[in-house]
Each structure stands twice: as structure tokens, then as C-alpha cells.
Ligand binder design. Structure first.
Ligand code: C2E
Ligand code: CA
Ligand code: CA
Length: 744
């Protein structure tokens, strides 16, 4: 083999080759452009290397491979790679040896990148035009034509083509990656990511620092009409145009895009190109490209090929983007759904937008009833028209979403997302199915500026505010406050803990004695509920009773208290305390429960306690709630033989006429009024009035919270004899009570 392969240079090539597969071929630090000279005339070899030897193209020198026959060339080509140009003699062993070699290179070896320049000694051996096209032959020159300058030009332009072809192969690999990755990309941000990827690919393809942007129609949901085109991705130079609509761009820029859209094809101009990407969905997707220099026909052809390739990927993207829409939009109203809202909300919380943003939940009052009464179809139309009105007012500036069946969410600047702006929308009736429907809404809001939770927490807290607003007044609003959140979250936690404690029998009763102050005789005790947690803390009943009431748990707990207190009373009677009265607190929720009387009966039956030693304490405020029910229930209780006292009397002041109608036995003066009885003070007159009132109504009186002798004496002077308080005893456990009673 007399071919001179510059092996030392080859080694360098391999040493410096990047190990990353992704690097584009164009940017490979290939040290030289490898040029293969195939000619049976050694003089041609030396003349060519002499002519080109010092040439540098794109800062790279040339290196040469030599073959002196077609056969030798075949051998070399089987092992050598990265050859940029083949300078090929047409006539060698045979007249058509050169053309056969071309066919071998392109077809058999499948080398499509290498550029081929045919040379011939004599004119008349020129290949057919068809062969030039079919075999992708770059140039055809007679040797006499190939002056040094012409050879320069031919080689330079062939290298440039080679470079671009390598780039497009690389970028085709990149495209495969885009297409492959598009499914995953879509899950995040759909078309935008894809568009940004396309921009990067175009730059890579041309091997230039091209600037540009991508326009696409943004049509989130099927029902919406064709939207405007928006700039959805841009390179640095055009970043300012991001999210602008086509009509907002200057005409110099937009005109070529508009033309490409109208023609539904790419438009090539001097340094500006608009690439049109066809797709099955027929959604407009155009790339504006400012290459900064005149692209030649070759570039433009490459770009067209590129468009063809991308369009395939685009179809995929459009498809996934539609799936994406189903995942992020509400099909009924076309608004974003909860997931989408959360996305925007999380983004807002991470940016400076946070400092002046607010979130609101808008709940349509009595929607469920309307839906039931007028049908679901009507309900759907109603929601649609509410969505329309919200969207007309806020759509452009805020993120609007439907987050529940009749609940909408609005996220935006806090001067827009505020109660009066939202609630006035409900002043005018809505047009639903040719009927005018007057609606009202209740809203909960949260200001995000000082909020430190994430999106889903913010949404939950707004919901807390909404619930609070609904509890207060329909058609009103409530801003979330930190205490609301703490309170509610703690309440929920406490509720779970309370349920568990009750189920595991961790609740117990204590008993606070009641005394006749005249002689110190024990008349009875009040049963009070206690909860000691596993870590030894006592949760005050003032805290957990309201939760038990709120959750309905009080019905079961109350029944347990009743039965346990009755059993204890039976026990005390068995110990000899036969004149002992047990006072038991009954909550309003328990009292108005339909099975309350039944549970009372059952407790009496099961414990066999004599009913007239049992006293039920109900609160005064409760006595005011549902007078009819109360009067009826009180009668039934009295028929059973139990007595009833009004607890905390004087705090939730009831009308006297009302009190007269109630069949109760006793008033319990609230601790607050007993507390007012201080030395040298004319206060305490309320306690005195209550005593007088009781006497007038023929009711007995008990004072609670008696802590000092002075209070006891004062009460005695008012003619109130019975008392309960720390002066005599704190609430005692069962065993302590027995011990305490034994010492009396
Ligand atoms: P209440 O029915 O007014 O009970 C009297 C409260 O005053 C008790 O608090 C008792 O420990 C406290 N007390 C008694 N003497 C004094 C005193 O001299 N000074 C002071 N500062 N306080 C005194 P407790 O046990 O914490 O109960 C608080 C409230 O929890 C009760 O108020 C009652 O409304 C409710 N509660 C307790 N047990 C039950 C129950 O079994 N069922 C229901 N529904 N509610 C209960
Ligand atoms: Ca009580
Ligand atoms: Ca009380």
C-alpha cells in the first residue's frame, strides 16, 4: 500500500475526540478537514496537496488521504471515517471507475455526509445530470478548469456543506431526543418547552448564533375559539417579546410571520426566515428566525428538512398537549382546574408577585338546592354563566379556576381580588337557559404577602376562611387569619385525639362537692369531665367540650358521663350517702338530639338510680335557642322525676317571661358574679338580684366558684345557702371524694 495516511494526525484526532455523544459534529474539535484524493496520476496528488496544503478553513487545516486506484480507495474507505471531501478522478482503471466508486460510497457504504468533487482529465466524460443529483455530487470540474483559486473555492464550499450536513445529522439526533422527551416535557409546560427546544435545535443546525422566537396559538380548551398567536418561546434577543401576541409585535417583525401563516409554509428572506411547521392538528406554529446573515439555498433546504422532522414531533406534542389540557382544565367551564391553579399559585408564591397577590374562593350560595330543584343541566348552565362573568371581569388579569362543583378560585393582584369587586358581580341576575337567576356568593380570601405555606396549604386556608364566612353569613366574606388556621388545625388534631381518648377510655369524671353553707352539710356534687393525655397533660374541658359538641362526639361522651355519674351516685348511696344529689352537665347538642330522652331512660333503668337525686344542668343560652323543644323536653325530664338547673345563670340573659315558662328547679349563679363579691364593695348586687329573682320564681339557688369566707358570708346574707367552690373543695376523683366525705 503506497497510500500515505497521516497516522500521527489521526491519533491526535482520536485523543481529542469528546467523549460525549451529544456534542454536535460541527463542533467536534476535529483537528483537520480530512480530504481524500483519488487519482491514478501521482502528479495530481502532489499538485493538489501543494495547492491546498496551506489552506485553513474555519480555523482548521486540511489533511490528506491518498488512493491511486478505485480499488485502493474502496479499501481505505472501509476503515476511515470523518472524511469531509473526496476529490475523485472519473477515469481510472475503467472509464467509469470514478462513477462506480461514487455509487459504492453512497449506496454500498451509505456514506451520505462526505462531499464529492469529480475531476476529469478530458471533457466529454461528464456524468449525466441525473447521476450528479442521485449521487449527491457537489461539483464537477475538468482538471484544466481547476485552477488553484477555483480548487480553493470548490473545496471551501464543499467543506461548508459538509459541516452543515454533519450539523443536521447531529441535530436530527437532537430532534429524536426532543420527540422522545416531548411526552415528559408536556406534562410540565407543553408547547412552550417544545418551542424552546426547537429554537435551540435551529441554532445548532445552522451552527450560528441565531436569534428568534416561536409563535403559536394558545387554545387551552376545545370549546374556546381560535385564540390569538402568542410568542411562546424566544432567544435572548427576543426575550422581551415573550407572551406578546402577534398583533403587539412591530409590523417589520410580524409581517413575515403573518405571510408564512397565510401561506401555511416557510418564507425565506435575506437574513430573516419564518419557518412554518405543519401538523395534523392544523394548529399554527411558526418560528421567526433572525440568522443575521444571508442563508444560502443549502441552508434553506436544510431548514425545510428540519421543519419536516419537527412537524412529526409537533404532532406528538399537540396530542400530549391536548391530554395535558384535559388534566389541567375544567371541561364544563373551560377554566383552569384545581391542579392548574395550584401550579400558578406555587409559582406566585415563589416570585415577587407574592407581595401583592391574593387568593379567593368564591362559593355559590345554595347551589345544591338549585341543582336538585331544577336539574343538573340547568346547574351546569348556571355554572357556565357564572364562569363567563368571572372570566369577562377577571380573566385577563387573574388566574381563574373552578376548584369544586360550585366553587371558583381567583388568584391575582390584591387590589383586584378583593371582596367588593367580586361580590358586585353577583348584583345583576344571571342569564341561564333564557331565565334570569339571581345568585349570591360567599367568599373566603387570603393575602399572600406574608403567607409562608405552599400553594396547597394556601388553598386549604382560604377554604377555612370560606367556611368561616359561610358560618357567619351567606353573601359575605372572610379573610383568613393566622389564628383561624392555628385554631382550626389544632381543633382538628384535638378532635382526632379526643375521639381516640374516648374510645380508649381515657376520659374520667371528677366530682365537686356542693355544700349547705349554713351547716357545712354536703348536699351533693357536680360531675365534671376530665381528659388526661398519654403524656400526662390535662386538657381543660373548656377546650375539648366545644370540639366534642362541634364534631357530634358529645352525644356519645355525654351519654357516658350520664351513666358513669349515675353509677357513682348508686355507689355513694350504697356507702350510706343516701341524701346526695348528683348534678350532671348536659350540652345543648346532646339535649336536642332525638334520642336524648331514650338515653336518659336507659341510664335510669340500667343504674336503678332514684331519679329525684339526679339534676341536669343546662345552660341559660341553651334555654333560649329552641323554646318549643326545650319546654317539651323539660316536661318529659320532670315526668321522669329528675330536676333541672340553669347553669351559668346571668351570663346569656334570658327574658324573664321566658324563664317563667320553663319548668326548672334551680338557678346556678355564675362564677363571674360570685367573683364580683369583694370586700368593701357594693358590687355583688347582680348575685343578690339573681337570688331575689329565684325566690320570686320559687326556684332554689346555688352559687358556684365560691373561694372566700367573705363571699360565702355575703351570699348567706342574700339568703343563698347552697354553694360550690374551692373554699370547700376542688373537684375530686372518685376515691378522693370518698375519702373527703369520710372526714366530714
Ligand atoms: P361549669 O359547668 O360551669 O363547671 C364549673 C367550673 O368551675 C369547673 O371547671 C370547676 O372546676 C370550676 N370551679 C369550681 N369551683 C371553682 C372555684 O372556686 N374557682 C374557680 N376559679 N373555678 C371553680 P371545669 O371542670 O374546668 O369545667 C369547665 C366547664 O366545662 C364546665 O363549666 C362545663 O361547662 C364544662 N363541662 C365540664 N364537664 C362537662 C360534662 O361532663 N359535660 C358537659 N356538657 N360539659 C362539661
Ligand atoms: Ca355545670
Ligand atoms: Ca357554671
Amino acid at each position: 500500500m503506497n497510500s500515505t495516511i497521516h497516522s500521527s494526525e489521526d491519533d491526535l484526532v482520536f485523543l481529542d475526540e469528546p467523549d460525549s455523544e451529544e456534542a454536535s459534529v460541527a463542533s467536534k474539535p476535529m483537528q483537520t478537514w480530512r480530504i481524500m484524493i483519488i487519482d491514478d496520476d501521482p502528479d495530481v496528488h502532489s499538485a493538489t496537496t501543494f495547492a491546498l496544503g496551506s489552506l485553513e478553513i474555519q480555523h482548521r487545516a486540511l489533511s490528506f488521504l491518498h488512493a491511486y486506484s478505485a480499488a485502493e480507495a474502496r479499501d481505505i474507505l472501509q476503515t476511515e471515517t470523518d472524511i469531509a471531501i473526496i476529490l475523485l478522478d472519473v477515469v481510472m482503471e475503467q472509464e467509469d471507475a470514478g462513477l462506480q466508486l461514487v455509487s459504492y460510497i453512497r449506496k454500498t457504504l451509505g456514506l451520505t455526509d462526505v462531499r464529492i468533487i469529480l475531476r476529469t482529465g478530458q471533457p466529454g466524460y461528464a456524468p449525466e445530470i441525473d447521476a450528479i443529483r442521485d449521487y449527491d455530487i457537489n461539483d464537477y470540474k475538468t482538471k484544466s478548469e481547476l485552477t488553484r483559486t477555483k480548487l480553493y473555492t470548490a473545496v471551501t464550499s464543499a467543506i461548508r456543506s459538509y459541516e452543515q450536513i454533519c450539523a443536521i445529522s447531529a441535530s436530527r439526533r437532537g430532534l429524536e431526543m426532543i420527540i422522545h422527551a416531548s411526552t415528559e416535557l408536556m406534562a410540565l409546560q407543553g408547547l412552550q418547552n417544545f418551542a424552546a427546544g426547537v429554537l435551540v435545535q435551529v441554532s445548532g443546525l445552522l451552527g450560528l448564533n441565531t436569534e428568534g422566537f416561536v409563535c403559536a396559538r394558545q387554545t387551552p380548551v376545545e370549546q374556546q375559539d381560535e385564540g390569538e398567536l402568542f410568542v411562546i418561546a424566544a432567544t435572548t434577543l427576543y426575550e422581551g417579546k415573550l407572551n406578546q401576541s402577534l398583533s403587539q409585535l412591530d409590523t417589520a417583525t410580524s409581517s413575515i410571520v403573518t405571510r408564512s401563516l397565510a401561506l401555511r409554509q416557510s418564507v425565506f428572506e435575506a437574513d430573516i426566515t419564518a419557518l412554518y411547521f405543519n401538523n395534523v392538528a392544523q394548529k399554527d406554529f411558526t418560528l421567526y428566525l433572525n440568522s443575521g446573515l444571508h442563508l444560502n439555498d443549502m441552508d434553506n433546504r436544510l431548514l425545510s428538512v428540519f421543519c419536516g422532522n419537527v412537524s412529526v414531533g409537533l404532532d406528538n406534542v399537540m396530542l400530549t398537549s391536548r391530554l395535558h389540557n384535559y388534566a389541567f382544565y375544567d371541561p364544563l367551564t373551560g377554566l383552569a382546574n384545581r391542579l392548574k391553579l395550584l401550579q400558578t399559585l406555587n409559582e406566585t408564591l415563589l416570585t415577587s408577585l407574592k407581595s401583592h397577590s391574593a387568593l379567593s374562593l368564591i362559593d355559590i350560595d345554595h347551589f345544591a338546592e338549585t341543582n336538585d330543584a331544577l336539574g343538573h343541566q340547568f346547574g351546569d348552565l348556571l355554572l357556565y354563566s357564572v364562569a363567563q362573568r368571572l372570566s369577562n371581569t377577571f380573566g385577563e388579569h387573574c388566574q381563574l379556576a373552578r376548584v369544586g362543583s360550585d366553587t371558583f378560585a381567583l388568584l391575582g393582584e390584591d387590589n383586584l381580588v378583593c371582596p367588593d369587586k367580586i361580590l358586585t358581580l353577583f348584583n345583576a341576575p344571571f342569564d341561564v337557559d333564557q331565565q334570569e337567576v339571581q345568585l349570591s356568593a360567599t367568599i373566603g380570601l387570603i393575602k399572600l404577602d406574608e403567607y409562608d405555606g405552599d400553594g396547597s396549604e394556601a388553598l386549604k386556608d382560604t377554604n377555612i376562611a370560606l367556611k368561616r364566612a359561610k358560618m357567619n353569613r351567606r353573601g359575605g366574606y372572610e379573610y383568613f387569619t393566622r389564628s383561624m388556621g392555628v385554631e382550626i388545625r389544632e381543633r382538628v388534631l384535638l378532635m382526632h385525639a379526643l375521639r381516640a381518648a374516648f374510645e380508649h377510655e381515657k376520659l374520667f369524671l371528677v366530682f365537686q362537692p356542693q355544700i349547705d353553707m349554713r351547716d357545712g352539710r354536703v348536699t351533693g356534687a357536680e360531675a365534671l369531665l376530665r381528659w388526661k393525655t398519654d403524656d400526662g397533660r390535662f386538657i381543660p374541658p373548656d377546650q375539648f367540650i366545644p370540639i366534642a359538641e362541634y364534631s357530634g362526639l358529645i352525644v356519645d361522651i355525654g351519654e357516658w358521663v350520664l351513666r358513669t355519674a349515675c353509677f357513682e351516685l348508686v355507689h355513694l348511696r350504697s356507702l350510706g350517702y343516701t341524701d346526695f344529689q348528683m348534678a350532671i352537665n348536659v350540652s345543648q347538642v346532646q339535649f336536642s338530639h332525638p334520642l336524648f330522652m331514650q338515653s336518659l331512660n336507659k341510664a335510669l333503668e340500667d343504674t336503678k338510680v332514684p331519679p329525684h337525686f339526679v339534676e341536669l344542668e343546662i345552660t341559660e343560652s341553651m334555654a333560649m335557642k329552641d323554646p318549643e323543644l326545650l319546654i317539651k323536653t323539660l316536661q318529659q325530664i320532670k315526668q321522669l322525676g329528675m330536676s333541672v338547673s340553669i347553669d351559668d345563670f346571668g351570663t346569656g340573659f334570658s327574658s324573664l317571661s321566658h324563664l317563667q315558662k320553663l319548668d326548672v328547679d334551680k338557678l346556678k349563679i355564675d362564677r363571674a358574679f360570685v367573683n364580683e363579691i369583694q370586700k368593701n364593695s357594693s358590687e355583688g348586687s347582680i348575685a343578690k338580684m339573681i337570688v331575689q329573682l329565684g325566690q320570686n320564681l320559687g326556684l332554689s339557688i346555688i352559687a358556684e366558684g365560691v373561694e372566700s369566707e367573705m363571699q360565702a358570708n355575703t351570699l348567706l346574707s342574700y339568703d343563698c345557702h347552697i354553694a360550690q367552690g374551692y373554699l370547700y373543695s376542688k373537684p375530686l376523683t372518685r376515691d378522693d371524694l370518698h375519702a373527703w366525705l369520710a372526714t366530714r
